[in-house]
Design a protein around this ligand. Sequence first.
Ligand code: MN
Length: 722
Amino acid sequence: MIRLEEIVDEILSYNSDADVDYVRKAYIFSAKVHLGQKRQSGEPYLSHPIEVAMILAHMRMDVVTIAAGLLHDTLEDTPTTPEELNEFFGPDLTYLVQALTKISKIQFKTKEAQQAENFRKMIIAMGRDIRVIVIKLADRLHNMRTLEHLRPAKQEAISQETQDIYAPLANRLGIGWMKSELEDLCFKYLKPDKYREIEQQVAKRREELEEYIRDLKKIVERSLKEQGYTADVKGRPKHFYSIYLKMDRQKVTFDEVYDLLALRIILPDNDKTACYGVLGLIHSLWPPVAGRFKDYISVPKSNLYQSLHTTVLGPKGERVEFQIRTEEMDKVAEEGIAAHWKYKEKSSIGEKDDQRFAWLRQLMESQQDIKDDREFLDTLRLDLFSDVVYVFTPRGDVREFPRGSTPIDFAYSIHSDIGDQCVGARVNGKIVPLRQELETGDVVEIQTQTGHNPSRDWLKHVKTAKAKTRIKHWLKIEEHRQSVELGQELLEKELRRHNLPTSKLTKPEELGRILPEFNCPSDEQLFAEIGSGKVSSLAVVRALAPETVKAEEKSEKSFFSKLIKKTAKTPEKGVKISGIDNVMIHYSKCCSPIPGDEIIGFITRGRGITIHAADCPNVTGVAFDRERMVKVDWEQAEQAKIKAYTARITVFTVDKPGILAKITSAITESEANINQAQVSALEGKKAVCNFSVEIDNREHLGRLMKRIDQLDGVLEVKRVMS
Ligand code: MN
């Protein structure tokens, strides 16, 4: 059993002014009230609180926390009352022990889906003081270290709870060593076979691994020295659970896990630039593995972890991971929140730390205002499942966003106008694309330009409801404006086609006369309806000048109406019409144009625009009115992704068995779908096969036709365009 004086020495080693008598008093109190109690192992119960206190001392906590570690089970397991604790040790310690007692009574649910609720209970019990969690983690760590003395069922239940709740919590607070140790202990009890397997394998290769690490260290240390760096190099095999995860995720055996080794290079002083210099040095020694470099220095993790990670192919061709960081970063990585909570006289934590942990304080404070259980769960889920990021304004105010939010969300959170007019952003002083996701700790600055407007594209890059609503609102207005413009244009064209006076008939008094007929409250609305294809321009002209239209229609054989009947009815995307979006589009069935074909649009009567191939005989024929043609282009960016296009091909072959099977498999191998196939025999031992296929674009069709053409027995392949 650890002696009291060992704890005292440990505390004095990092704080010579510590009130160690306070800790001595707590020890004596605890020894007295736990007297006679035993643990499952047969040891005196006191050994447990003492070990917990020692863990806390190793974490360099303050004396109140360490004393609370010594007394953490007194309220629950002994007749001690809160009043007594308060009298002897003061309100802070009493609060901590009471909160810990509350936590010990929580029934946690182990299902992952219940995690939010678990965290919630824990945080409510923890209340305002985060030290409660630190003590609870130390308590759990010692219990896990001594789990072997319990019954197997109990071992499993406690391990599961630890894996579900405490290991993630240690990670969340950035206490890296504790997270790893808890994970390995859980692994040992939850998957004993797998654990033993890895343990044995690592043992078998231990000597070899250690020698390898020594060699690597020597090389790295020598190069660092040559380049004038002073740095500490540490090597270690990875922890078992992370090896296991690797094997499990990548479905590989132990022998196939290459990066069993990680070397850490720790630079003195807080010199970030030197980290990048050392990174370059490592890459000059051994080739880096592509895709394995991570820069957590410029983009820290949400638990404030900072480091450079890279994996290289070492001297024996094995993968070795390097972590490069400064001393301070290493401290944060290993101790996390505890690094910021270590003993600091009577003064409170530094202002910078205070701001960094604003999220945690906010969380603790906010839980008091939320009455509704459901609402709390939702908030909490956001908060604890790292679904949320906290970023700063240039003035240092903290703002909260759902994970995945971008500078656009940030801009809208300041003001709608700033959002609408935002053209660029700086994150931590660097210009970044507007779609870049924000990370906790980012300082964000927005650049605006008067008159700039949101784009539809932004919708893909925003997460907050406010930004989405504003952008959609603006797009609606914009679409309406475009419809009005197009509608007016279409109406004027239609009037000209009938040789009617355009300016006279589009005057408000003329239009006002016919508005009720179309159920429209205003001219603008009528134009919008024409522009969006809901009302045909011809119908409006007919209403404006019924006599003229009637006379014309008698003489005109309705060629168009026949044609229109043939066109598809569903609106589709994929083409761009002289810069105008959102017009109803149909692809003509006569020539079935596909991306890559030259195309032309034809304004139909009341049915939007039909797209034809530019050389479609129906278009080149005299019957079409040139006035109603519009220039259209395939939308570059998204072509082919929107849908498959239909094309028809005819294949002439020799008539022999199996030829159809060959052609169809050539088509499917080209990754095209066959909608329809039809084969007929011709004279002279020949056959003709007609296919309707779904393809991405003209290039795809070209590849497919070439493939068919090369088949044995195929005489000719043609695309059918009419
Ligand atoms: Mn305990």
